[in-house]
Design a protein around this ligand. Structure first.
Ligand code: FNR
Length: 186
């Protein structure tokens, strides 16, 4: 079944390794899965005081989240947790209270780090939020991509066959997971 998947990248850095990883995943998606980035770097900091008269960027972002079937998160780890920009994007689309745009969207989480443990802390802190947001999360395969700085060639393309095979397999599992879980809103 065809699906529209939003790609949310947790890094706002120009030369982000996670962005390279995410770009490789776009190219590895199975037939019928369209993965498109939902940018987050421009979003003003969430403040409930502005719920009555929200910035246009929040409204547009919420609308774009509502329009997709599923969400693929590819994120670094900041201080053993989720980067602030990603947490801000999550908070924006979760509110105002009772209007959670993430509700019921199947999610997959990939974390990447130059370190050996591949952003495990970030990956699982994010999964904790997904429980509250009512986003069913793909359980297997888990994706903690360590030594991510060693995976790309000079052009920034993924140059590690094992990782490419692993990520392609993850996307195939996600494809089936989306078909089984789409539209399960509360
Ligand atoms: C980091 N980094 C990091 N790495 C890690 O494995 N665990 C961590 O807790 C942290 N903490 C952390 C905090 C902050 C504020 C920064 C800026 C960085 C290092 C991080 O993994 C590295 O900079 C990656 O390259 C970030 O991913 P992108 O931006 O290249 O996608």
């Amino acid at each position: 079944m065809a699906s529209k998947v939003a790609l949310v990248i947790g890094s706002v850095r120009k030369d982000s390794l996670n962005r390279k990883l995410a770009r490789a995943m776009v190219g590895l998606a199975p037939a019928g899965m369209a993965i498109e980035e939902l940018p987050i770097a421009h979003l003003p900091l969430y403040n409930p005081d502005q719920d009555e008269s929200p910035p246009q960027a929040w409204t547009d972002f919420r609308g774009r989240v509502r329009a997709v079937d599923a969400v693929l998160f590819v994120t670094p780890e900041h201080n053993r947790s989720v980067p602030a920009a990603l947490k801000n994007a999550i908070d924006i689309a979760s509110r105002p209270y009772g209007q959670n745009a993430w509700d019921g969207k199947p999610a997959a989480v990939v974390s990447g780090s130059p370190g050996a443990i591949g952003g495990f802390g970030s990956n699982h802190h994010l999964r904790q939020s997904l429980v509250f947001l009512n986003m069913p999360a793909l359980q297997q395969p888990e994706a903690y991509i360590g030594h991510v700085d060693k995976l790309f060639d000079a052009k920034g393309d993924l140059a590690n066959e094992g990782t490419a095979k692993f990520l392609a397999g993850l996307l195939q599992a996600f494809d089936k997971f989306i078909a089984a879980n789409r539209g399960n809103k509360n």
